[in-house]
Design a protein around this ligand. Structure first.
Ligand code: PAF
Length: 291
């Protein structure tokens, strides 16, 4: 079922809860791919009533970003959700989420400061504001996010704890194409040549995983392995950063990492900004590479 009206959505979720069903939620901006469907499956395994939202949120895009050309494919998104046995697709109009006079925003903290937060001012404030509104409408017991947007997952997890929202936030491992490319709605922008170059992100991260498995612990060395591949592939690099996987605070090149570390990349391939990451000590190498 597709709903555009927040009152009807709330009534459906209230009814599900009154029947003793556990509400699971997957917020999306649409252009659904197999990565989103993995989030839906995860939500289904943890809940008995699953809501997917489809809303391209204007407040998380900067003025020079791709808000107007972001793919909008609601019809096929709804078909994919129906196949995946989603109970409700919530696809609100902009005025439903940002009514005239709207002015309140969620202020984010240190978890949002580095990586994408440093390169996309206001991005995580926009993400948290829309997710908080959607959480209020849906009232989920559990919400599932992809770890490709690793910092987003951590920022939202932090928000739910700081604002005492009774919601379990789950981060699901990145789903990849067979050749290792992380699934993303923005992959649709890539030409064939750019798609081949985009594999440099996954290849660089794979070198870091292999080196970590062989005992490398110096943050600067691990970072340089990723940087070498990304430099070959990218038109422009926003960042290649080694960070604490829980706080998302960057780790200095001179420092050694412990049992786990986030290695995150954001780079432009042509005009398309892609992000990818691995958590060393947790994730496998996205691509087979020699150590
Ligand atoms: O990850 C996304 O698709 C978006 O940032 C989200 C969480 C749906 C908020 O608009």
């Amino acid at each position: 079922m597709v709903l555009h009206d927040p009152v009807a959505l709330r009534a459906m979720c209230d009814h599900a809860r009154s029947e003793g069903r556990r509400v699971g939620f997957v917020p999306t901006m649409g252009a659904l791919h197999d990565g989103h469907l993995a989030l839906v499956r995860e939500a289904r395994s943890r809940a008995t009533f699953v809501v997917v939202s489809v809303f391209v949120n204007p407040t998380q895009f900067g003025p020079a970003e791709d808000f107007s050309r972001y793919p909008r494919t609601l019809e096929s998104d709804c078909a994919r959700c129906a196949e995946a046995l989603v109970d409700v697709v919530f696809a609100p109009e902009k005025d439903v989420i940002y009514a005239p006079g709207d002015e309140t925003r969620v202020r984010v903290g240190d978890t949002a400061a580095a990586l994408c937060g440093a390169h996309r001012p206001g991005h995580f404030e926009g993400v948290c504001t829309v997710v908080a509104k959607l959480f209020a409408l849906v009232g989920p017991a559990v919400a599932v996010f992809g770890r490709k947007d690793y910092q987003q997952y951590r920022v939202i997890d932090r928000m739910t704890r700081d604002l005492a929202m009774p919601i379990e936030v789950v981060g699901l491992r990145t789903v990849r194409e067979p050749d290792g490319l992380a699934l993303s709605s923005r992959n649709a922008y890539l030409s064939a040549g750019e798609r081949t170059r985009a594999l440099g992100l996954a290849r660089g991260l794979s070198h870091a995983v292999r080196a970590f498995e062989s005992g490398a612990r110096n943050a600067g060395h691990l970072r340089s392995l990723v940087l070498a591949e990304v430099t070959r592939a990218a038109t422009l690099i926003d960042y290649v950063t080694v960070a604490d996987p829980d706080t998302v605070r960057p780790i200095f090149d001179a420092d050694c990492i412990g049992e786990r570390a986030l290695v995150a990349v954001a780079a432009r391939i042509g005009a398309t900004r892609l992000i990818d990451n691995v958590v060393l000590g947790e994730d496998p190498a996205p691509i087979e590479v020699c150590a």
